[in-house]
Design a protein around this ligand. Structure first.
Ligand SMILES: [Ca+2]
Length: 274
């Protein structure tokens, strides 16, 4: 009787080993996550000059995937001449985009929520009232913000952050560039990082399997059949989630190494056993 050191053989040479889980059990879309980070403290915009605080800061930690898409919210935006206002977002590693600058004309707004993402259908309008809504960023007046904000030129494009790791200190610089009229972002701002658009397809189940087969001549060949199962020990074929992959392996001092690939169709969001 041939025996496996890390499992057992049943029948002729059909085997089941509770190994390789770390490789096989990776769930589909394991990298997908959506996280929102908020600084709800008020940002006060003076009649002229830099807001308080300048910048407003959000520290991000724990991000395990790189940014594929992001949304920024300004909550409770108010101003009596919105076109005065510049809002610049800077990443921990210095990438930057203007969110708005020179938009909304001179029409008072009070307590509106502005959402920015790159898929929005419209940009804020320059000369008419700024309405609550979702917009692509717009930099209509491209003058430099006062330091310590980085100098321009400034893009108006949230995709500049794609591919970055979000961890670190994000800064939001708000400036009023014209004398008279003031405002606030009364309940602060937030960023949402969304990875669903980069969710991978099913992960393959190709592995390199190394085992030890005893009971056979230690330096010989053996014919093995591999299958994937969704339980560790059931012999019910309902628990078998792949077809068989057969391999003739070469034993060297009873140890063999072989590549086994069950394809992607068997991928489950749970542990599998070989
Ligand atoms: Ca002003």
């Amino acid at each position: 009787m041939l025996t496996m050191t890390r499992g057992w053989l049943t029948g002729a040479l059909s085997l089941r080993l509770a190994v390789g889980m770390a490789v096989i059990a990776c769930p589909v879309g394991a990298l997908a996550q959506t996280t929102t980070h908020t600084n709800a403290a008020a940002i006060t915009i003076p009649a002229f000059g830099t807001a308080t605080p300048y910048p407003s800061v959000i520290n991000v930690a724990g991000a395990t995937a790189n940014i594929s898409y992001m949304t920024v919210r300004l909550n409770g935006f108010a101003h009596t001449f919105p076109t005065d206002v510049q809002v610049l977002l800077v990443s921990p590693t210095g990438q930057k985009t203007m969110l708005l600058s020179g938009v909304g004309g001179g029409v008072d707004v009070a307590g509106i929520n502005l959402v920015f993402n790159q898929d929005a259908a419209t940009q804020p309008t320059t000369g008419v009232q700024l309405l609550p809504g979702t917009y692509r960023p717009r930099n209509f007046v491209g003058v430099n913000l006062p330091g310590p904000a980085p100098v321009g030129p400034y893009t108006a494009d949230l995709t500049v952050f794609n591919g970055l790791n979000a961890n670190g200190t994000w800064t939001l610089y708000v400036n009023d560039r014209a004398i008279g009229d003031s405002g606030a972002i009364a309940t602060g701002w937030s960023m949402t990082f969304n990875d669903t658009v980069r969710e991978p397809g099913p992960i393959g189940t190709a592995i390199t399997y190394q085992g030890q087969l005893t009971g056979a001549p230690p330096n010989s060949t053996a014919f093995l059949r591999f299958s994937l199962w969704d339980t560790e020990s059931s012999t019910n074929t309902d628990n078998r989630v792949s077809g068989e992959v057969t391999r003739t392996v070469t034993l060297v001092d009873s140890v063999f190494t072989t590549d086994v690939d069950f394809g992607v169709s068997v991928q489950r969001q749970k542990a599998l056993y070989i």
